[in-house]
Design a protein around this ligand. Structure first.
Ligand code: CMX
Length: 436
């Protein structure tokens, strides 16, 4: 067993004991004020009913990964040689182990991922079987499903694995899947947009740097952007659609491939990860409609009001939990200020940021008028030449694997139960409010 894996096992044993004590002594305590009728209908907002070890979201402060904020991670996680952005391998270690990694820990994960990155041919065949017009997220989930033939967890379960070993096979599957995703995603990109001219991996590069390389981008600025992008999109506690779905499906003891593919189908929704593409599509349409250049704030305001009057949401704004500007937006803004401050689209993103919140606020119903992670990323990617915005959610998906798969390891290590909340009918609700 590798030392990281051993360390994970030790941590899991320790926390298992603590959780058992918590359950024994405080299991009947209410951790919330109870669930209201409205919460049952409205996406269970504010209901505390999940355990996710890897990160915790504060409505005003934003995400913390094992206690570390994004600015802290950008400072404290190991970086690539001559790089300034954190390596996502380090974030994975932090989410899995709960401690900041050393440079050696990060190198260890990088080389393990490199060694395990081989993708069997039938996965490429499965992608090729889809029409070129298929959305990249469809190709992505199909490829993850095709990879499921490689699940060690599923094989071990079929062979009668002891439940004590679930975590170990989930760990192996999770690392194998994370290792393979950049190759799969890059294959989809090169197939759909670059005439199928594929690029072989570079074993000397880190996970995100190699991903950038296989996509076809050698610019150091783009590699740095990929490292940052892979870090900030990795996890957002457990209740968001992709994390919750992965956890839910995993609770049926579905393996990492099945669970992650399910989560990715949720990420592909426009209120979640697809907003990554929707934002830039919206900005480009606005620019085109206004005849090019940087629109004035009045022009942006008019376009926002038009969008709202057509019964659409303003993509990249609002959040189910956050109530302030998303620190993931701010991190990208800082990246842009450092690397590409004069980019025209970036300037439009900043102008939109100054214009949209008061308009949404005036609607009186939007709980969070501030930008989320998706409001900035497209302009950065476009600057470096990744103009095919339908692909953006796949990037989000590759990153999200780090968080949801580290969580899945914990789910099995803690022996978390099959998720099965109670549902009622509206008829039941009616009788309930009538006191019957
Ligand atoms: N533009 C227009 N209306 C918005 C809005 C926006 N950006 N954000 C919220 N609203 C509306 C909601 O549609 C809802 O309207 P109705 O009552 O008519 O249905 C009302 O304001 C209240 O919604 P809320 O409680 O503030 O927000 P929710 O928790 O229900 O939804 C979210 C959160 C993200 C789905 C919503 O803000 C939204 O649709 N934003 C745009 C899409 C987006 O950027 N999604 C990405 C989120 C981050 C991610 O997961 O990647």
């Amino acid at each position: 067993m590798s030392y990281i894996k051993e360390k994970f096992k030790a941590k899991a044993d320790e926390l298992n004991t603590e959780v058992k004590d918590l359950l024994k002594n405080h299991g009947t305590k209410k951790i919330d004020e109870g669930v209201t009728l409205a919460q049952a209908y409205q996406g269970m907002r504010g209901v505390t009913g999940l355990v996710t070890e890897t990160s915790l979201l504060d409505a005003n402060e934003g995400i913390r990964f094992r206690g570390y904020s994004i600015p802290e991670l950008r400072e404290q996680l190991p970086k690539a040689v001559n790089g300034a952005e954190p390596l996502p391998e380090g974030l994975f270690y932090l989410m899995l182990i709960g401690e900041l990694p050393t440079e050696a820990d990060v190198q260890n994960i990088s080389s393990v991922l490199g060694r395990r990155s081989h993708v069997p041919n039938h996965v490429f065949d499965a992608i090729e079987a889809l029409p070129i017009s298929a959305h990249p997220m469809t190709m992505f989930t199909v490829a993850v499903m095709a990879l499921q033939t490689e699940s060690l967890f599923a094989k071990a379960y079929a062979d009668g694995m002891n439940k004590k070993d679930y975590w170990s096979y989930m760990y192996e599957d999770s690392l194998n899947l994370i290792a393979r995703l950049p190759r799969v995603a890059a294959y989809i990109y090169r197939r759909k947009y670059k005439n199928g001219e594929h690029i072989q991996p570079d074993g000397m590069l880190d996970w995100a740097g190699n991903f950038a390389h296989m996509l076809g981008y050698e610019d150091e600025g783009f590699k740095e952007l990929m490292r940052l992008y892979m870090v900030i999109h990795a996890d957002h506690e457990g209740g968001n659609v992709s994390a919750h779905t992965t956890h839910l499906v995993g609770s049926a003891l579905s393996d990492a491939y099945l669970s992650f593919a399910a989560g990715m189908n949720g990420l592909a929704g426009p209120l979640h990860g697809l907003a990554n593409q929707e934002v830039i599509k919206w900005i480009l349409s606005m620019r085109e409609e206004l005849g090019g250049g940087v629109p004035t704030k009045d022009q942006i305001a008019a376009y926002v009001k038009k969008t709202l009057s057509e019964g659409k949401v303003v993509p990249g704004y609002g959040h189910a939990v956050l109530r302030k500007t998303d620190p993931r937006f701010t991190a990208q803004m800082e990246f842009a200020k450092n690397h590409i401050p004069d980019d025209e689209l970036v300037k439009i993103v900043w102008s939109v940021y100054e214009t949209v919140p008061p308009i949404l606020q005036d609607l009186g119903k939007v709980k969070n008028p501030w930008p989320n992670v998706d409001a900035h990323s497209g302009a950065l990617l476009l600057h470096y030449g990744l103009v095919e915005y339908e692909f953006y959610t796949v990037l989000f998906g590759v990153s999200r694997a780090l968080g949801v798969l580290a969580s899945l390891c914990w789910d099995r290590a803690l022996g978390l139960s099959l998720e099965r909340p109670k549902s009622v009918t509206s008829e039941w609700m009616k009788l309930f409010v009538e006191g019957k």
